[in-house]
Design a protein around this ligand. Structure first.
Ligand code: FES
Ligand SMILES: [Fe+2]
Length: 435
């Protein structure tokens, strides 16, 4: 539970807010690289409550600029993306990706040259990394880009996409860190009983199948949360067969990246970046990657169609099953085969996060023992906000290497601790300076 004041601090990211300042101390993923074509249509973009227009110029460089033309305020969204710049459709002033006014055709040459410096508009620092366009919304020097493994691997190993979510960023993240809910929200139903997501509860299956039974059989995972150089590593252990423990290990990297569990060695890793659009919606970037091999075309096609953390989305990356249509909730399916009656893991997550309200009221909660991950997430974020106000760089912002971490599933003996499991499962990729 948070006070109303703390809840506002956690959730509000607009200009001048404490958490807004935290976000503006890090690079943010803002568009998929494939959304912008050379000399193609500019895109309207809202980030942390601020409006921008994004375009890719003739040389392939990306510009993300304030939408307001400095002449008389027309929107550059209506502009023409031509010959290395965006030309305002009203009187033809033209701006390059750095926001400089490079043509001012309504004045004689001498006056135009004099006015050009003053006519410059705000342009964000931009870079491309991991098939994603990243921007830095802060003032001053940008920090190093976080070394996220999906982006460091060859492009053939990864698939990236995004989905629009109609609630505040923080409760969406909390859904990603709260692995207790898998025992309920993502369960199946058979003859009135909760059952494995796979619809069967056979014993003697290998761990990648048996885990879905263990998830249903043990709905009280034991959480251990440790801090590392870029955020938190969260371990949740459940009873498995033969006195073993089944661990789901999640990573949270400041201020808004996470790596999902649900992968044994060799399986495709998945993660998210949760980027506030405003305080009532966010973009969730989704990445899937193989550590040792290319992703096949059929694997890419399945992810693109909506699988795991990937939603089934329209051409604007808005999920087909969303707030306005109650996620196409099917009560017959809910009675007969699926705990929620909503098709798709991603859509189940979205529905339940949205259902907490556009901004979840954390002053009216009754937290329990499986909420430790959520509590620690809130604490590290509120600490970052306090640090920022005190002039201290928020956690991880200057430590790009500390983002080189992995998540996944593991088996252990019944009295293993999380540090032991991390060491055995991930070695150097568990996180740096774990405490
Ligand atoms: S308002 Fe843009 S050129 Fe006049
Ligand atoms: Fe989930």
């Amino acid at each position: 539970m948070l006070t109303s004041e703390e809840n506002r601090t956690l959730t509000e990211t607009g200009p001048g807010t404490a958490m807004g300042e935290v976000f503006r101390a890090y690079w943010q993923p803002v568009l998929l690289a494939r959304e912008l074509e050379v000399d193609g249509a500019p895109i309207r973009l809202k980030l942390l409550g601020e409006d921008f227009v994004a375009f890719r110029d003739t040389s392939g460089r990306v510009g993300i600029v304030e939408p307001r033309c400095s002449h008389r305020g027309a929107s550059l969204f209506f502009g023409r993306n031509e010959s290395c710049g965006l030309r305002c459709a009203y009187h033809g002033w033209k701006f390059n990706v750095d926001g400089q006014c490079v043509d001012l055709p309504t004045s004689e040459a001498e006056t135009a040259e004099r006015q050009k410096p003053e006519a410059a508009i705000r342009a964000l620092k931009v870079t491309e990394y991991g098939d994603i366009i990243w921007a830095f919304l802060g003032d001053g020097e940008a920090p190093p880009l976080p070394k996220l493994e999906f982006a460091e691997l060859p492009a053939s190993h990864r698939f990236v996409s995004k989905k629009f979510q109609q609630c505040n960023w923080a409760q969406a993240v909390e859904g990603g860190l709260d692995t207790a809910h898998f025992s309920y929200l993502h369960a199946g139903i058979s003859e009135g009983q909760k059952t494995s997501l796979l619809g069967r509860m056979d014993i003697n299956e290998p761990p990648p199948i048996a885990r879905f039974r263990w998830l249903v059989e043990d709905g009280i995972p034991k959480f251990t949360v440790l801090r590392h150089g870029s955020g938190l590593v969260l371990g949740a252990s459940r009873q498995a067969d033969d006195s073993q423990l089944y661990w789901r290990i999640t990573q949270f990297m400041m201020p808004n990246h996470s790596l999902a569990p649900n992968t044994f060695p060799g399986e495709t890793c998945q993660g998210n970046s949760w980027v506030p659009v405003d305080d009532r919606s966010c973009w969730i970037f989704c990445f899937a990657y193989q550590l040792e091999r290319d992703l096949s075309q059929s694997e890419r096609d399945r992810l693109a169609a909506g699988q795991g953390i990937f939603a089934e989305v329209d051409e604007d990356f808005v999920p087909l099953r969303r707030r306005e249509n109650d996620y196409l909730l099917d009560r017959d399916m809910q009675r007969g085969s699926n705990f929620t009656g909503i098709h798709g893991i991603s859509e189940q997550d979205a529905a339940i996060a949205d259902s907490q309200g556009f901004i979840a009221d954390r002053s009216r909660e009754l937290l329990g023992q499986t909420d430790l991950g959520v509590v620690r997430f809130r604490r590290i974020m509120l600490q970052a906000a306090a640090d920022r106000l005190a002039g201290i760089a928020p956690h991880g912002s200057n430590n790009a290497e500390a983002y080189r971490v992995r998540s996944g599933d593991a088996m252990s003996g019944c009295d293993a601790t999380l540090p032991e499991v991390l060491e055995q499962r991930f070695g150097q990729y568990a996180g740096t300076s774990i405490e």
